[in-house]
Design a protein around this ligand. Structure first.
Ligand SMILES: *[C@@H]1O[C@H](CO)[C@@H](O)[C@H](O)[C@H]1NC(C)=O
Ligand SMILES: *[C@@H]1O[C@H](CO)[C@@H](O)[C@H](O)[C@H]1NC(C)=O
Ligand SMILES: *[C@@H]1O[C@H](CO)[C@@H](O)[C@H](O)[C@H]1NC(C)=O
Length: 466
C-alpha cells in the first residue's frame, strides 16, 4: 500500500508539488492545534489553537471550543466577549489565554487554559473559528489527564516452605493510566498483579507481588521492581532484598583426618547459615559420653589434647527462631600422626616425576632428530606415545615447552593413562606438534580455546589434563 501510494507522488515533478503547496497556503486559512495534550490531574494545561497564516485578512466572527457529547464549553465573540455555558467548564477553571473581551486582543489565538484538571476533562476538543468571508475552520485536540503514581517496594518476610508465596511487593499507587510493573531478578519467580481504585477518582493502584518457592537460597537475593509510567522521564527502579526465614543449615569443618593420640589444640567449627541468627549452639556425641578433654566455645569445639574418648561422632545442633539444624562429624583417632605415612608416596612421587621428566626430554630429543631426518608427522606420535603416566606434572611441562620452543611439543602426545578419546587426542597432539614445529604457538589461553573447537566438545584442554 505504502509503495503504491509512493509511486504517483514521485511522478509529480518537484516544481508542481511546490506550486500546489504554495497555492493551498495562499488561498485559504487553516487552524493549527496539537493532536494530543497531556495535563496532570489537579494541575493546569493549555490547549493551543491558532488561525493561520497570520497575514491573512479574514475576519474572525466567533471562536468556539466544543466537546463531543458536551457541546459548547467555551465561546468568544469580538463584541459579546467570552461565554462558558457549561457548569462543568465554568470560568473559574477555563479561560482564553489571548482572546478576551478586549477587542484589540489577538483574535486568531484561541488557546484555551484549564485549571484544576479533573478526570472528566479528558476528551477530544474541537477548536472552531467562524471567519468572514471564508467560513468555518476547525482542529481537534485530544486532552489526556494523567496522574503520576507513587511507587514503593518492600520485601515480604516469609518462612521456608514448599509452596510459592509472594516474597516481595511493589505498589504503584494512583497512576493514570495504570503504571506497568516488571521485576528484574536473577531468580525464576513470577509476578502476580492486581489493580484497585486509586486514592483519587479515575486513578488506579497497581500491586505486583513477586512470587516464588521460598527456599533458603532466596534469602538475601536482591531483586528490582521497575515501574514504567508516561509521567516518569525514566523508569523508577526500586531495589528489594528478599528475606526468607529458615532453620539453621549446619556443617562441621576442622577435621583433617589426622587426629592422633596426644595431638594438641584440635578444633571443630560448626558452620551455620540461618535466618534469623542462631540463638544457640549445642555440642554432643552419638555415644552420649562427652569427652572431658573437649571444651565448647560457642560455635567451636576445642580439644586441648586428643585422647581415646574423642574417638567418636560429634554432633553440632544449632537453633534459631524458626527451628533446629544439626551436623555430625565422625572423628577417627589414630595411634600415630598420618603425616609420617604420607612421606613415602611423596618421596616416590618426586623420584618418579624426575624420571619421567628425563624420559620426556630423551623422547623429545629422539623425536626431534627423527623428524629432522624424515620430516614426517607419523614418527611424532610414535616417539611421544607411552612415555608418561603422571598427568599432574605433565601439564606444567606441556605449557612450559609449548611456549618455550617448538621442539618439545613432541612429548605432549598422550600417555597410556589417558582416560578416553586416546586416538583423537593423539591426532590433535600431532597437529599441535606440527603447528609447534612450524610456528611458535600463541600464548597459553588461546591454545586452550583452539583445542576445544577442534575437539568439537566443550571440555577444555586444561579440564582434560588436570
Ligand atoms: C478565502 O477563500 C477564498 C476562496 O474560497 C480565497 O480566494 C481567499 O484567498 C481566501 N482568503 C484568505 C485570506 O485566505
Ligand atoms: C480522541 O480521539 C482520538 C483520536 O481520534 C482517539 O484515539 C481517542 O480515543 C479519543 N479520546 C476520547 C476520550 O474519546
Ligand atoms: C577409634 O575407633 C575405631 C573404630 O571406630 C577403631 O578402629 C580405632 O582403633 C579407634 N582408635 C583409637 C585410638 O582407639
Amino acid at each position: 500500500m505504502a509503495r503504491a501510494a509512493a509511486i504517483p507522488l514521485s511522478r509529480l515533478s518537484p516544481l508542481l508539488l511546490l506550486l500546489l503547496l504554495r497555492e493551498t497556503g495562499a488561498q485559504d486559512v487553516w487552524v493549527q492545534v496539537l493532536p494530543e495534550v497531556q495535563g496532570r490531574l489537579g494541575g493546569s494545561v493549555e490547549l493551543p489553537c491558532h488561525l493561520l497564516p497570520p497575514t491573512s485578512n479574514v475576519r474572525v466572527s466567533q471562536v468556539t471550543w466544543l466537546r463531543l457529547g458536551v457541546a459548547t464549553v467555551a465561546a468568544f465573540h469580538p463584541s459579546f466577549g467570552v461565554h462558558f455555558p457549561n457548569p462543568q467548564f465554568s470560568k473559574d477553571r477555563l479561560s482564553f489565554v489571548k482572546a478576551s473581551q478586549d477587542a484589540s486582543a489577538d483574535q486568531r489565538d484561541a488557546t484555551l487554559a484549564f485549571q484544576g484538571l479533573v478526570v472528566e476533562d479528558e476528551g477530544n476538543y474541537t477548536c472552531e473559528f467562524a471567519t468572514f468571508p471564508n467560513g468555518t475552520r476547525r482542529g481537534v485536540t485530544w486532552l489526556r489527564v494523567i496522574a503520576q503514581p507513587e511507587s514503593h517496594a518492600e520485601a515480604q518476610e516469609v518462612t521456608l516452605g514448599p509452596e510459592p508465596v509472594p516474597v516481595a511487593r511493589c505498589v504503584s499507587a494512583g497512576g493514570r493510566p495504570p503504571a506497568r510493573i516488571t521485576w528484574i531478578s536473577p531468580l525464576g519467580g513470577e509476578a502476580r498483579d492486581t489493580q484497585e481504585l486509586g486514592p483519587q477518582a479515575g486513578t488506579v493502584t497497581v500491586i505486583s507481588r513477586y512470587t516464588l518457592v521460598p527456599v533458603s537460597q532466596v534469602d538475601g537475593v536482591k531483586v528490582t521492581c521497575r515501574v514504567d509510567h508516561e509521567s516518569y522521564e525514566e523508569p523508577v527502579l526500586l531495589p528489594v532484598t528478599l528475606s526468607v526465614r529458615y532453620p539453621p543449615e549446619v556443617s562441621i569443618s576442622g577435621y583433617d583426618d589426622n587426629w592422633y593420640l596426644g595431638r594438641s589444640e584440635a578444633v571443630l567449627t560448626c558452620d551455620v547459615r540461618s535466618n534469623p541468627e542462631p540463638t544457640g549452639y549445642d555440642w554432643s556425641t552419638t555415644s552420649g559420653v562427652f569427652p572431658a578433654s573437649a571444651v565448647i566455645q560457642g560455635s567451636q569445639l576445642l580439644v586441648h589434647s586428643v585422647d581415646h574418648l574423642v574417638n567418636t561422632t560429634f554432633i553440632c545442633t544449632v537453633t534459631n527462631a524458626v527451628g533446629t539444624g544439626r551436623a555430625e562429624q565422625l572423628i577417627l583417632v589414630r595411634d600415630t600422626p598420618q603425616a609420617s605415612r604420607d612421606v613415602g608416596p611423596l618421596v616416590w612421587g618426586a623420584v618418579g616425576g624426575t624420571l619421567l621428566v628425563l624420559l620426556l626430554l630423551a623422547g623429545g630429543s629422539v623425536a626431534f632428530i627423527l623428524l629432522r631426518g624424515r620430516r614426517r608427522r607419523k614418527s611424532l606420535g610414535g616417539a611421544g606415545g607411552g612415555s608418561n603416566g603422571d598427568r599432574g606434572s605433565y601439564d606444567t611441562k606441556t605449557q612450559v615447552f609449548g611456549n618455550g620452543g617448538p621442539v618439545f611439543w613432541t612429548p605432549t602426545a598422550p600417555g597410556p593413562m589417558r582416560p578416553d578419546g586416546r586416538d583423537e587426542e593423539e591426532e590433535e597432539e600431532e597437529e599441535k606438534a606440527e603447528e609447534g614445529l612450524m610456528l611458535p604457538p600463541p600464548p597459553g589461553s588461546l591454545k586452550d580455546d583452539m583445542e576445544s573447537h577442534l575437539d568439537g566438545s566443550l571440555i577444555s584442554r586444561r579440564a582434560v589434563y588436570v
